[in-house]
Write a protein that binds this ligand. Structure first.
Ligand code: SAH
Ligand code: SF4
Length: 422
């Protein structure tokens, strides 16, 4: 890694205001254990006086019930003594964040608007969206990593919502729990009859970090959350069934490979720096050449473990056949898949989706270069659940509120100032 890369990592961290993760819950509120990692559960148990010698065993029991069975009450934990269940119930809950709404598209796609617990008396609770995309033999859950996004890709609806805060690891995991609750995807549960749920063993067979936010700007929480989601004694999803999509935070790509180990998707969208600077402004910091260099070095990359390059089809902007030829030339030598995404419109956008004839011609060039079925069918457009259409009403804190937070003035005071204009 070069020195300039090290400097960039620091920039990245500056842009990742962990401080904006909610502080303590309001007094008198019981903490939920749902979504926590093993060490966090152990710490919580230790804090209520569970003896050190029992911590491992108790954590293992809880883990099984929370993540393998998906229970929502301590009473169901049959191999935990009645007394212990009572103590747990007095101190904790297994509550998930609130589902504000569930919408089902005509194509069976579901979108949940999820509200996090308020961080103070005047906080409404940050809201995010999570989308479930069923197919006949698999179900993909698209989860969010941040509330809003610091980046401002010009074709993305989330990019118009400024970053409110990072999600905690538990809040990222909770999206998987909520989806599995709603889809009857825990042992013995019943599948819903509305919408579409695949006739497969698992309703949620794949997870993509392609919802709101830039996952590599919330690295630690995303990594910790994926450790919970892939734990073989719990949710047990294979790392190969998880895809992390990044707009190109180059200095974090190697760490993502080593510490998260998921599949990687890159939001490329343009083959020339001049255009990519405009569409995906992070390109000004990490240009295409550096991005592709980091991709070539992605740990574990092989023909069986390819990087997906996402390319949104914008009419008259990036969709010429010259662009298509340049795309395959650029990716030459990188084990890659190419995903052409028809642009999904949103209110106020200046772009239009390329017409189908053009998408086909473009995809033919890509196909002839050896990439199979490269066009992603838009899903859930009617309920604004398609790629890049997610946005919540949650607004960033006012500048003054942010300043107070940074100066360490309690979260309550800050949230009391409420949201609003800067
Ligand atoms: N921040 C990450 C992950 C979330 S976006 C990233 O940018 O990769 C998931 C994918 O949807 C990205 O490839 C993004 O570029 C794409 N996307 C954003 N807005 C879109 C839109 N309006 N239509 C189609 N795809 C879009
Ligand atoms: Fe953020 Fe990704 Fe949207 Fe860009 S495309 S604004 S990085 S969510």
């Amino acid at each position: 890694m070069t020195l300039s890369h090290t400097a960039s990592i620091l920039d990245g961290i500056e842009k990742t205001p962990d401080i904006l993760v909610p502080a303590a819950l309001p007094e008198g509120t019981k903490a939920s254990l749902a979504g926590l990692g093993r060490s966090e559960i152990s710490e919580k148990l230790a804090a209520i006086g569970v003896p050190a010698r029992e911590l491992r065993m108790r954590t293992g029991q809880l883990w099984h019930w929370i993540y393998h069975r998906g229970v929502q009450s301590f009473d169901e934990m049959l191999n935990v003594s009645k007394e212990m269940r009572g103590i747990l119930d007095q101190n904790f809950t297994l509550a998930r964040p609130e589902i504000v709404s569930e919408q089902i598209s005509i194509d069976g796609t579901r979108k949940w608007l999820i509200r996090m617990p308020p961080a103070g008396p005047h906080d409404k609770g940050a809201e995010i969206e999570t989308v479930y995309i069923p197919e006949s033999d698999r179900g993909t859950l698209c989860i969010s990593s941040q509330v809003g996004c610091t980046l401002t890709c010009t074709f993305c609806h989330t990019g118009t919502q400024r970053l409110v805060r990072n999600l905690t690891s538990a809040e990222i995991v909770a999206q998987v729990l909520i989806a599995r609750d709603r889809l009857g995807d825990f042992p013995g549960a019943v599948r819903p009859t509305d919408g579409l749920v695949p006739d497969a063993e698992r309703a949620v067979s794949n997870v993509v970090l392609m919802g709101m936010g830039e996952p590599l700007y919330n690295f630690d929480h995303v990594r910790d959350a994926m450790a919970v989601v892939t734990d073989g004694e719990g949710l047990s999803l294979s790392r190969r069934r998880i895809t992390l999509s990044t707009s190109g935070v180059v200095p974090m790509i190697e760490r993502a490979g080593n510490e998260i180990g998921s599949m990687l998707a890159i939001s490329l969208h343009a083959v020339r720096d001049e255009l990519r600077n405009e569409l995906v402004p992070i390109n000004k910091k990490y240009p295409i050449k550096d991005l592709l260099e980091a991709c070539r070095a992605y740990p574990g990359l092989s023909n069986a473990r390819r990087i997906t390059f996402e390319y949104v089809m914008l009419d008259g902007v990036n969709d010429s056949l010259k662009d298509a030829r340049e795309l395959v030339r650029l990716l030459n030598g990188i084990p890659a898949k190419i995903n052409l995404i028809p642009f999904n419109p949103w209110p106020g956008t200046k772009y239009q989706c390329s017409d189908w004839g053009r998408i086909e011609e473009f995809s033919d060039v890509v196909f002839r270069a050896g990439y199979a079925s490269p066009v992603r069918t838009p899903r859930g457009r009617d309920i604004f659940a398609a790629c890049g259409q997610l946005k919540s009403e949650t607004e960033k804190l006012r500048a003054r509120a942010r300043m107070m937070l940074e100066e360490g003035i309690g979260a309550e005071g800050v949230y009391a100032l409420g949201s609003g204009e800067d």
